[in-house]
Design a protein around this ligand. Structure first.
Ligand SMILES: [Zn+2]
Length: 235
């Protein structure tokens, strides 16, 4: 029988094997390989092939404290085994990612590693720069610095607009770049994204609120709000 010297730290692989045993005490734990990779975001992956478990974790988490790695192991193993993720682990992991220093690192990683295609503001029917500056003058005293503006590559119905803080860009669905779409509808979508610039997401503990109360309040300043929303419903 082999006895490990006391105090020898567990390797990441050890952690996953132990967590596996906690979920499935009676089964033989699989072999595990854990690698830290240069991802462009905070995503981590786990998969099993022929009884061998592969884990890929963003290198941003490489120096994370033990309890955080342990929480992530619980989240990933639970997913793999299709078990509910233990709430306490989920909460601890989210809290860590929500810390100011972590958000800053992830922001940089997205900015530097994430590739981003941004078309120009000129569409087939509308010019986003013109729309942006009109709204800027009417609602922001012309004081909002103009981010990169572009049309999405696909005509997305689910994401009509999107503000990407890592690239300081507003991307609008190409679906709205058509003569059938009234200008005020496009203006409303751009205005909403401008409010995301004006009112950044709030972070509190494990929670992240994107549509803050101030944002919702400010949105009501848009004169044809109802009309625009009605049109979007039928889109
Ligand atoms: Zn929004």
């Amino acid at each position: 029988m082999q006895v490990l010297p006391a105090g020898l730290p567990e390797t990441p692989e050890d952690i996953y094997r132990r967590v596996w045993r906690e979920f499935r005490p009676r089964s033989h734990p699989p072999t595990v390989e854990v690698k830290f990779c240069r991802f462009a975001n905070a995503d981590s992956y786990i998969r099993m092939r022929d009884g061998h478990v592969q884990v890929r974790i963003t290198d941003v988490l490489e120096g994370a404290p033990r309890p955080v790695m342990e929480a992530l192991a619980n989240i990933l193993v639970a997913k793999l085994l299709r078990r509910p993720v233990p709430a306490a682990h989920n909460d601890r992991y989210r809290r860590y990612l929500n810390r100011r220093d972590m958000r800053r690192s992830l922001h940089l990683v997205r900015q530097i590693r994430g590739r981003k295609f941004i078309s120009g503001p000129q569409g087939e029917h509308y010019n986003l720069e013109e729309v942006f500056e009109g709204l800027n003058a009417r609602h922001f005293h012309g004081l909002m610095a103009r981010p990169a503006l572009g049309w999405s590559q696909r005509r997305s119905k689910t994401t009509l607009g999107h503000y990407d803080p890592s690239h300081n860009a507003i991307i609008i669905s190409k679906l709205l770049d058509r003569s059938e779409v009234p200008r005020l509808v496009l203006e409303y979508v751009v205005f909403h994204e401008m409010l995301h610039l004006r009112f950044p997401a709030e972070h509190e503990g494990a929670r992240r609120r994107v549509h803050t109360r101030q944002l919702r309040q400010a949105e009501k300043e848009f004169a044809s709000l109802k009309e625009a929303k009605e049109f979007l419903k039928k889109l």
